[in-house]
Design a protein around this ligand. Structure first.
Ligand SMILES: NC(=O)c1ccc[n+]([C@@H]2O[C@H](COP(=O)([O-])OP(=O)(O)OC[C@H]3O[C@@H](n4cnc5c(N)ncnc54)[C@H](OP(=O)(O)O)[C@@H]3O)[C@@H](O)[C@H]2O)c1
Length: 284
């Protein structure tokens, strides 16, 4: 099985490349720009069995101010990848997000729930999903959330955990929202589960793939400092106090219902977090 990984130097892409080992064909942004259909010609020559598109423009507030760029990368990019995947008869895997939901359900979203994005980023990813579904002969849409991985999100200047531990190191106060609930997810666990999915090749469609459980960003931050044993100056705040440019779904936890039906379980986020903190050298 040969798997072309678009966005290979990103937080998720690099872990997928690591976990797949010799099966992976890493394609960095320099190798392939999803917004430029001609740059995808390289895939025609490589003829992979699977294409995983991890590329995204995902700084949520910037996306709100730059809708053209956002739709170009996240939606038009998905269209370009879907077309080339059909041409080479590859399975097309589009990486999507919990931000396709509006957050009003109040319980974890499963794959049958209706997306209703409340910001440009979520909208652009939902269009990417529709394009993937309606253009690809063989596809998986994988919805993830609140990622942490050793590479840190390149497009966001590091992941949340790296940012708060850096702040604590500098002795700065840390203020984190306690009214935004999500499913923290370790990119290495996603990469491992993707590998299993590709080995099993279940029915095509949408799959949620997050570490089990959910919490607020404040609870996540507190748990990080509890595990690493640092006495950080951390206090909860409310989302409205941040005056963010883009609206956020306040409850975007996901349930991996379709994975459960296949007998697969992701481990709880606390366990995954411990392994991540060991991997980052923050605990032994
Ligand atoms: N991070 C999260 O919390 C989160 C949550 C839910 C879903 N997701 C989704 O998960 C995926 C991976 O996220 P991540 O955290 O791994 O992000 P990341 O570290 O920013 O990785 C994205 C990769 O895509 C590349 N890229 C950006 N624009 C591109 C383009 N036009 N053509 C080709 N490559 C391009 C980037 O390269 P350069 O950096 O060199 O530009 C980077 O290597 C994204 O689809 C995102 O929407 C992320």
């Amino acid at each position: 099985m040969r798997v072309a990984v678009i966005g290979a130097s990103g937080q998720l892409g690099s872990d997928i490349v690591f976990v797949l080992g010799d099966d992976a064909i890493p394609l960095t942004h320099q190798d392939v720009d999803v917004t430029d259909a001609s740059s995808l010609d390289v895939i025609r020559d490589l003829k992979p069995d699977v294409i995983v598109n991890t590329a995204a423009y995902h700084k949520v507030d910037e996306c709100e101010l730059n809708p053209l760029k956002t739709f170009n990368v996240n939606s038009v990019g998905a269209l370009n990848v879907a077309k080339i995947a059909n041409e080479v008869d590859a399975i097309n895997i589009y990486i999507s997000t919990d931000f396709v939901f509006d957050g009003k359900k109040g319980r974890p979203y499963n794959e049958d729930d209706q997306p209703n994005p409340v910001n440009v980023y979520g909208l652009s990813k939902y269009i990417g999903e529709i394009v993937t579904r309606n253009y690809s002969r063989k596809y998986y849409i994988i919805r993830l959330a609140s990622l942490f991985g050793v590479k840190g999100a390149r497009g966001k200047g590091g992941n949340f955990i790296d940012k708060i531990t850096e702040k604590a190191r500098r002795g700065e106060p840390i203020r984190v929202v306690d009214d935004m609930i999500m499913s923290p997810t370790y990119t290495k666990d996603v990469a491992r589960m993707l590998k299993k999915l590709l080995e099993l090749r279940p029915e095509y469609g949408v799959y949620h793939m997050v570490n089990e459980g959910y919490c607020s960003w404040y609870e996540l931050a507190k748990t990080v400092f509890e595990i690493i044993g640092w006495d950080a100056d951390i206090k909860p705040i409310k989302t409205r106090d941040l005056n963010l440019v883009a609206r956020r779904p306040l409850f975007s936890a996901l349930e991996n219902r379709r994975l459960h039906k296949l007998g697969f379980r992701m481990r709880p986020w606390r366990e995954a977090l411990k392994e991540y903190l060991v991997e980052r050298g923050l605990v032994k």
